[in-house]
Design a protein around this ligand. Structure first.
Ligand SMILES: Nc1ncnc2c1ncn2[C@@H]1O[C@H](COP(=O)(O)OP(=O)(O)O)[C@@H](O)[C@H]1O
Ligand SMILES: O=C(CO)[C@@H](O)[C@H](O)COP(=O)(O)O
Length: 503
């Protein structure tokens, strides 16, 4: 009879999934769009109050009879965002987000202070890349001195939602590893990196306690009353959206590769021990399940398809129809989709490019296809790093908004030459949050409750959407991908001159 709720505060919207574990089915889903404040300097910000308003709006759409049956809530959120709070818990400034590239000089400053990117990897397992939380603190000290002076605690987006739900401040290891301050090998804050970020303050005093992945807290009575929920509702530890999408795609044991086609593009796999890339090519994050989650993130996935669709005046939901007459390789068009700078490869100041235009191939359908292909090649380029390090996978488990496109599913199968599996529930991060909540709930009465068993039981694949590589298309994409890599090399040379010194 009891229900579990997963909330995913993504970049473009908040999604709420209500899951019935007894019947193994989703009984309701609701969403609410979010605005984004985008500056010419690469800044990307949101007001944390917008996330809360959107969550309130999602609950308001939910049948009150279902609300009364909720036993636990899990919260997933876009990673890396910097939510500065004063001592009373009041937000001091808009949250600078994962896709904010305005702090790249501060990334370099922190790394240079500890002796470069490689030293940084030695200290914490990761370099401080564009978007990671650490650089946003240095930026705040320089550009928002009033907020910096009153800063009493730092939370990540999903931590802030948990704080609103429970009145408690905590972090868990998955999302905490995206701050850049957590040594992912020891799961402790790195003192040298905290000091390199701010020599004037003890930053460890601003960070809340770290809790285990199976921890849970009680909802605040005031919020329970407001949302029409029982006062007994447990709120689980939560996690970054990729960590939660790992749970929601059944990626909680080694051997599975998940891919999310959202605002960002991500690829990630569970590991039972830290897997660090000394060259910093992939993110050596912790998972939100007690393990680790090596991850590739590109900053421009549906950013690119959305931008093209908007420019040509159609919705991405109609994109497959628009592209119906196109073929792999987009008639020679190649797009570097760096509308927003890029993290993989590390080119925060890069901008996009469209190559090989002629009078025949310059159509909205080909440009849209080139955007989708460019976003997919960028992920393939990240996958090549994982393969070069000896990681191999038999299939890709796809989630995120872009997974709803049949053309994109086929493109992923062909560009990666791997079968694509599609979970029944497309909102992988929100479902993962609900399943983490179920785990935390079971843990309150059974210390042995096992997340892997929960994922096996509740994550189902939609066999009708399974997609297999097509030999002809695989062959057609090979030279097109090589061309993409050549243009990427040119972009690296062009934009490397504009990167701050570090390393
Ligand atoms: N049928 C579709 N074809 C292509 N893209 C789609 C389709 N449906 C949704 N999307 C894209 O999915 C994106 C939202 O994905 P989502 O995973 O919810 O993002 P986020 O978590 O970053 O907010 C939108 O940018 C939208 O363009
Ligand atoms: O920065 C990263 C991962 O390191 C992003 O993946 C964010 O977590 C945003 O996710 P989406 O909103 O695109 O799902």
């Amino acid at each position: 009879m009891s229900l579990v709720v997963g909330i995913d505060a993504g970049t473009q919207s908040v999604k709420l999934v209500v899951y019935d574990p007894a019947d193994r089915c989703v009984v309701a889903t609701h969403g609410q769009a979010l605005e984004l404040i985008a500056g010419d300097d690469g800044s990307r910000e949101q007001h944390p109050a917008w996330w809360i308003d959107a969550i309130r709006a999602c609950f308001a759409k939910l049948d009150p009879a279902l609300r009364k049956r909720v036993a636990a809530i899990g919260v997933s959120g876009q990673q890396h965002g910097f939510v500065p709070l004063d001592a009373a818990g009041k937000v001091l400034a808009p949250a600078k987000l994962w896709c904010d590239t305005s702090t790249q000089a501060e990334c370099a400053e922190i790394m240079d202070t500890v002796g470069g990117a490689q030293e940084c990897v030695k200290l914490a397992g990761n370099p401080i890349l564009a978007g990671y939380t650490a650089s946003k603190l240095t930026w705040t000290r320089k550009h928002r001195p009033e907020a910096y002076a009153r800063l009493a605690s730092i939370l990540l987006p999903h931590d802030y939602v948990n704080f609103w739900l429970t009145g408690e401040r905590w972090m868990e290891y998955g999302d905490a590893s995206g701050t850049g301050w957590l040594d992912v090998r020891t799961r402790q804050w790195s003192k040298p990196l905290l000091a390199a970020t701010d020599a004037q303050r003890d930053l460890s005093a601003l960070l809340p306690p770290l809790v285990a992945a199976d921890a849970s807290f009680t909802i605040s009575p005031v919020i329970a009353e407001e949302l029409g929920l029982p006062r007994s509702v447990r709120v689980s530890a939560g996690g970054g959206d990729n960590m939660m999408a790992a749970i929601g795609t059944g990626n909680v044991t080694p051997g599975v590769l998940s891919m999310s086609l959202g605002t960002s593009g991500t690829l990630f796999a569970y590991a039972a021990q830290p897997i660090v890339d000394e060259a910093g090519g992939w993110a050596a994050f912790c998972s939100s399940t007690g393990g680790w989650l090596p991850l590739i993130c590109t900053m421009n996935c549906t950013v690119a398809t959305e931008a093209v669709a908007k420019a040509f005046g159609f919705s991405t939901r109609d994109g497959d129809t628009v592209m119906a007459d196109t073929t792999p390789g987009a008639h020679g068009l190649v797009m570097l989709p760096f509308f927003n700078g890029e993290r993989t490869p590390d080119l925060p100041l890069a901008r996009g490019g469209l190559f090989n235009l002629d009078l025949n191939n310059f159509t909205r359908a080909n440009v849209y296809r080139a955007a989708m292909e460019g976003a997919t090649y960028a992920l393939r380029n990240g996958y090549d790093l994982l393969q070069a390090a000896g990681m191999g996978f038999d299939a890709i488990r796809l989630t995120g908004g872009g997974s709803q496109s049949a053309t994109w599913r086929q493109m992923v199968a062909d560009v990666f030459a791997l079968p694509v599996e599609v979970p029944t529930q497309a909102e992988g991060a929100a479902l993962g949050a609900a399943l983490q909540a179920l785990w935390a709930l079971e843990k309150t009465s059974n210390a042995d409750a096992d997340l892997a068993a929960i994922a096996r039981e509740h994550v189902q694949l939609n066999t009708a959407l399974a997609t297999y590589p097509d030999a002809q298309a695989v062959a057609a994409y090979r030279p097109a991908y090589r061309q993409f890599l050549r243009h990427l090399d040119d972009a690296k040379a062009l934009y490397a001159e504009r990167q701050p010194a570090s390393g």
